[in-house]
Design a protein around this ligand. Structure first.
Ligand SMILES: *[C@@H]1O[C@H](CO)[C@@H](O)[C@H](O)[C@H]1NC(C)=O
Ligand SMILES: *[C@@H]1O[C@H](CO)[C@@H](O)[C@H](O)[C@H]1NC(C)=O
Ligand SMILES: *[C@@H]1O[C@H](CO)[C@@H](O)[C@H](O)[C@H]1NC(C)=O
Ligand SMILES: *[C@@H]1O[C@H](CO)[C@@H](O)[C@H](O)[C@H]1NC(C)=O
Ligand SMILES: *[C@@H]1O[C@H](CO)[C@@H](O)[C@H](O)[C@H]1NC(C)=O
Length: 468
């Protein structure tokens, strides 16, 4: 734990000394970037937590003053209509958004957005399960990514204002709860600035647990409902760690059935090995560089050689212009617009949107922020996964197979560490509704109810690239 913090500190020091000159073009912060920088590559000169989200002043917050969790009611959190929401979808499904206080004295509150299933009308969430979705980073917004670019109800058009329906939103199957964590990410905040420099795995899990139990008090109809914790990227830590908290406390209100993690950070050394093996097998680095990595642990050339590609989906196009386009270009769900990040950023910073979401408390600068400091990061979550399996919690691990950040090779090496016997052997799965039986990816099931599922042609954010 301490060594991670120290490495981080040193990296930050180096960054300051370089005066921000290391970088070429401005880059977007993405999920996993932080992690990559932390452990595996030289720091980038981008703004860090200290000068982005944390710069929120008292004045920013005055307008909002949400009452503490217990006081605030579910009805007060109802979102009638989001700005730019297509008329046909208004009233199609209930949406709620707001804050749940996790530490009253510090003034720390986490933001959530709940999308109940299509066709459930007014507030009746049916009997469908509750699914919590967490994005990674650390520092990435579950609203900015999960809800608005991946599995949510809507995507944002190129004008940064108009929404269009994602027909494959996961709320067809479940009540989907997006939560932004830890404090400082997205709309989640703390009135105690010191909190932002004390973030780490441990506190993230504890706050997420408090969030969940407090949230259940506001939405008591979900008590005892089948519950799944899911997420992607660095949420490979958040998800099992939160599940572990639930297992430890055994709250009667939470009926945890399973977890699911995608392109997930699981086990440091195999994740890292798998990443460079993927680079080499996908022709991103030279033989010499691959040799230098295995023989001398020299990673220098491996950060340069791939060039300026989208490492989160190595075959996807890059965003060519961050300008908003009005009137918007006709969007496509099937073919993901690489500039979506910019549209979403504009949308979530719109005061009207924040008002509609009951979220005008902090300023979400960007779907991702960087923490200047991350106190503790477990080198592996495999022991937790093992423990969850022992307690009959189902584990689903999926992987988009064109992601180069936490690639499928990493996931396979990491899971192989568990040495689980195969229950049902590796086989293709098929998309039943589209592509006339085309192979959608591969699946292997292990004894103890752990499945590995790959998604062919999907990048790091699987639902963005292969929404169906
Ligand atoms: C944070 O401070 C603002 C302004 O004083 C207040 O309205 C808000 O309730 C506080 N947040 C929490 C979670 O206590
Ligand atoms: C839901 O309830 C609100 C107020 O209670 C009402 O205005 C609205 O028409 C209802 N919507 C549906 C779809 O029943
Ligand atoms: C966090 O750290 C404290 C103190 O070391 C420990 O008691 C607690 O169990 C940890 N929580 C988690 C979620 O690991
Ligand atoms: C690592 O590789 C780089 C580029 O290939 C090279 O310039 C450097 O000397 C190597 N470092 C060590 C310690 O071998
Ligand atoms: C909060 O809303 C007010 C009024 O709608 C707006 O002027 C202000 O810029 C918003 N604050 C933030 C931090 O977005």
């Amino acid at each position: 734990m301490k060594s991670i913090a120290l490495v981080f500190f040193l990296l930050r020091g180096a960054e300051l000394r370089h005066g921000g000159g290391v970088n070429k073009a401005p880059r977007r912060t993405r999920q996993g970037d932080y992690l990559h920088r932390l452990r595996w590559s030289p720091p980038w000169s981008e703004s860090t937590m200290e000068n982005t989200a944390v710069s929120t002043t008292k004045t920013d917050r005055r307008g909002a003053s949400p009452p503490p969790a217990a006081v605030r009611s579910k009805e007060a959190d109802r979102v009638e209509r989001l700005p730019g929401q297509p008329a046909a979808s208004v009233g199609e499904f209930p949406q709620y958004a707001g804050y749940v206080t996790v530490h009253a004295a510090a003034g720390r509150a986490l933001f959530y957005y709940l999308a109940e299933p299509v066709g459930t009308g007014n507030g009746s969430s049916g009997s469908k399960p509750l699914l919590l979705w967490l994005n990674g980073g650390p520092g990435c917004s579950s609203l900015g990514y999960g809800a608005m670019q991946e599995l949510g109800l809507f995507r944002v058009m190129s004008d940064g204002k108009t929404l269009y329906r994602n027909p494959y939103s996961w709320n067809h199957a479940a009540n989907v709860l997006f939560m932004e964590s830890p404090a400082g990410v997205g709309y989640s905040y703390s009135n105690t600035t010191l909190d932002y420099s004390q973030s780490g795995d441990n506190k993230t899990a504890e706050d997420a647990y408090l969030f969940l139990t407090n949230w259940m008090e506001r939405f008591p109809e979900y008590k005892g409902r089948d519950f799944y914790v899911t997420g992607e990227s660095y949420a490979g830590h958040y998800v099992p760690q939160l599940a572990h908290q639930i297992l430890r406390h055994k709250p009667p209100s939470i009926n945890l059935k399973g977890i699911m993690i995608g392109n997930a950070v699981i086990n440091d050394w195999t994740d890292k090995k798998g990443m460079y093996d993927f680079y080499w097998t996908h022709a991103l680095i030279s033989d010499d560089t691959a040799d230098a990595i295995t023989k001398n642990c020299n990673f220098t050339a491996a950060t340069e050689e791939p060039g300026d590609i989208n490492i989160y989906n190595i075959y996807a196009p890059m965003c060519q212009s961050r300008k908003l386009v009005s009137p918007p270009i006709t969007p496509s769900i099937e073919s993901f617009d690489p500039c979506t990040d910019h549209y979403v950023e504009a949308y979530l910073n719109d005061p009207d949107v924040q008002k509609a979401l009951h979220a005008n408390v902090t300023r979400l600068n960007h779907p991702c922020v960087r923490f200047g400091y991350w106190v503790d990061s477990a080198p592996t979550v495999l022991p937790i996964i093992r423990e969850l399996m022992k307690n009959n919690i189902r584990v689903w691990v999926y992987s988009g197979d064109t992601d180069g950040r936490v690639p499928v090779t990493s996931t396979r090496y990491s899971l192989n560490q568990l040495q689980l016997p195969v229950a049902e052997k590796w086989r293709p799965w098929f998309s039943s509704t589209k592509g006339n039986g085309e192979v959608g990816g591969y699946v292997v099931q292990y004894k103890g109810d752990l499945s590995l599922v790959t998604v062919r042609g999907a990048g790091h954010e699987v639902p963005s690239y292969q929404p169906q």
